[in-house]
Design a protein around this ligand. Sequence first.
Ligand SMILES: Nc1nc2c(c(=O)[nH]1)N[C@H]1C(S)=C(S)[C@@H](COP(=O)(O)OP(=O)(O)OC[C@H]3O[C@@H](n4cnc5c(=O)[nH]c(N)nc54)[C@H](O)[C@@H]3O)O[C@H]1N2
Ligand SMILES: Nc1nc2c(c(=O)[nH]1)N[C@H]1C(S)=C(S)[C@@H](COP(=O)(O)OP(=O)(O)OC[C@H]3O[C@@H](n4cnc5c(=O)[nH]c(N)nc54)[C@H](O)[C@@H]3O)O[C@H]1N2
Ligand SMILES: [Mo]
Length: 767
Amino acid sequence: MPNTPSKLPQPEPPRKLDHLQLGSPKDKAVGTPAVLSSLQHVNRQAGVQRGAKALLRMNQKHGFDCPSCAWPDPDHERSRFEFCENGAKAIATETTRKRADAQFFKQHSVHELGEQSDFWLNDAGRLTEPFLLDEAQSHYRPISWEEAFKLIATELNAAATPDESVFYTSGRASNEAAFLYQLFVRQYGTNNLPDCSNMCHESSGAALNQTIGIGKGTVTLEDIETTDCLMILGQNPGTNHPRMLTSLEKMVQNGGKIISVNPLLETGLKAFSHPQKLSGILGKSTPLASQHLPVKLNGDLPFLKGMLKCVLEAEKAMPGTVIDQAFIRDYTQGFQALEEHIQSISWQAITEGSGLSESAIRQAAQTFIDAADCISCWAMGLTQHHNAVETIRELVNLHLITGKIGRPRSGLCPVRGHSNVQGDRTMGIWEKMPEDFLQKLDTTFGFTSPRDHGYDTVEAIEAMHAGKVRVFIGLGGNFLSASPDTYFTAEALRKCALTVHISTKLNRGHLVTGRRALILPCLGRSEKDIGATGPQFVTVENSMGIVHDSEGKLEPASPHLRSEVSIICGMAKATLPNSTVPWDSLSGDYNLIRNDIARVVPGFEDFNAKVRTAGGFYLPNAVKQRQFNTDSGKAEITLNPLRPLVLQEGQLLLQTFRSHDQFNTTIYGPNDRYRGVKNERRVIFMNKQDMDARGIAPEQPVDITSHFNGETRTAELFLAIAYDTPRGCAAAYYPEANVLVPLQSFAAVSKTPTSKSVIVTVKPHSR
Ligand SMILES: Nc1nc2c(c(=O)[nH]1)N[C@H]1C(S)=C(S)[C@@H](COP(=O)(O)OP(=O)(O)OC[C@H]3O[C@@H](n4cnc5c(=O)[nH]c(N)nc54)[C@H](O)[C@@H]3O)O[C@H]1N2
Ligand SMILES: Nc1nc2c(c(=O)[nH]1)N[C@H]1C(S)=C(S)[C@@H](COP(=O)(O)OP(=O)(O)OC[C@H]3O[C@@H](n4cnc5c(=O)[nH]c(N)nc54)[C@H](O)[C@@H]3O)O[C@H]1N2
Ligand SMILES: [Mo]
């Protein structure tokens, strides 16, 4: 049956409602319900034995790395249960007994699959063998690995230039896979290597590289647990980095103070009861944040200017006690200009822009000043705004002028998302890797890498839409549903000749395809990977720059699965018959890949020996020694003008965030336990007064329209929920709300889509 245009699958989940059950937000995180919930998930999906085996090997030394977030494992003592509720869900979803196999794809056309929810698609189970959706066909059908590689090679080699291809990476790929992927892509001849980081911490990387000379965090887990003051801005650790709560509890028990800067008082920052300690099981909890600042969406830059103002004032009152004059003199430049700039900013601009009172900001500043040491942690609440890079640079300013950086217990901590997103960058997954990396790659492998910058995510979508791309390949991830502007991105993908996804589970990205499409199923983290020289392990880098091994322990979900490394080598060998790289040997023995990494990537000398020490090794981080590898050789204190978003009468700012039951576009279930929402994802959290002003009753169906440069985009049928969020600020879940995020609305410098500040109007649902 031909796949006629009217039968094309929808690029977004069905716009229909389930049965919302609303409770109150919870007042503490984790505890017994979390353990019960995680065991239920694992047992239901994987069965008791396979599930228990997986959980007991996860995050253990020489076990496998949790495929969920990038929070580090303790350096020394580890508990037998080094996992959290959401890590358990990630493992349940990977180790499930269900299969999306040949029979499944014979039964369901891609159009039918498009009618299903994201939960349903993921719940179909593990992909079992390569599948092809041929031109004008309605169903995927099995295809051999060799035929699949041949098809890819033919399409790649038919392109007029290598720049007609896009090679996306999601942050779960191992270091070994990522290194070979970028090597393949650069030998093929392009730097078109967009990745999920473009939509994630790119703003952090841009701000940190410019100001402190490294695009990574500067602290260790021990620093966090022993510091005096932790500022957590725009991050929801209870849901997205649950094992961080253990460290927060220790930090508070050590006498430290937590300041939460977030429009929402997230449950994970209120209080925590440890799920694996007797006190926690008995329901005892540790209060966490000592002060919560309900900043307006995108109000962090004015807030930070308020903090700087207080710091400078306090220094004036007691010279030589608040700012670190010696550090400023020896290690930084730009202080005087900052001082003048901050003086020129009025408290009115600060309080109006942030939505916070002067006294609340003064209180937070006093905590920061009184603390001998301070660390700031942040995530998507800072990075996904039009001025995200400026906001993060202002946070850096605060640490630089007080000298609270580059010493134990003080520094900066961008909390990474995907478990190996940081490692993938280290391995060269970036559309604009620096010259010294490319040179080393070239001399090691005897070829010349392209030097022109490639496409980032936004540019890749534009180029595809303009018909400039023949082939799209995704190493993991769900490019369609993770990207902004879902319908535009769908049109873009549909203009390719071939779209290829290397995946473990079915997702919507497999349904919205080029003229032809391939699904190449790979092993998951938890599974045994047997190469020519025996069992192989891979390596990953966590949020704190520790590189360690990860070795799967379970039988693969299907005998036809291949490792990511083997798939990349297969594609490369078919595409580049005259390559200087011994793809077959590398595929059979990952030690050889690590030897090559050691030759190219700084900090990986002796890689194979170092990574065999239990727990792994820290990558060098010059900032820890107060060395700033910027152009000037000094840390840069920067000027970051206020550029507030101007909203018209009746407009709101909408953030798109994660529920407790999802990992990015993978939906584990319909609930958001901590926020008290059950059985519905099509909800919009609003301030009660904003609802009243629009005549919207609690749980009334509404339509949301976003506004950008005179364009509108509408998402119909969401239920309005009254929630404790600042006036003018609303929230809805990603990926359902991605249809509203305009492709052209992105952060200056980093080009990260503004997923946390979408300008919208909300109206009662019509029809
Ligand atoms: N279980 C689970 N774990 C995950 C993920 C997942 O989906 N599920 N995703 C992983 C990935 S890739 C990432 S990047 C991380 C994401 O981790 P987070 O950044 O914690 O994820 P979000 O849900 O986007 O939450 C953003 C938080 O910032 C707040 N916020 C929004 N806008 C603003 C603002 O303007 N200012 C301030 N101060 N706060 C704001 C929101 O209220 C929310 O608490 O988590 C990783 N870990
Ligand atoms: N509106 C809005 N959009 C956002 C965000 C937001 O906050 N709001 N957040 C952004 C962020 S921070 C990120 S990081 C991106 C995430 O974007 P992506 O990383 O592209 O998306 P994921 O949903 O994490 O990808 C899930 C898919 O990865 C595949 N997969 C899982 N495990 C493996 C594995 O081990 N190997 C391989 N090869 N494949 C695997 C499965 O098939 C699964 O369906 O989304 C971004 N998009
Ligand atoms: Mo992310």
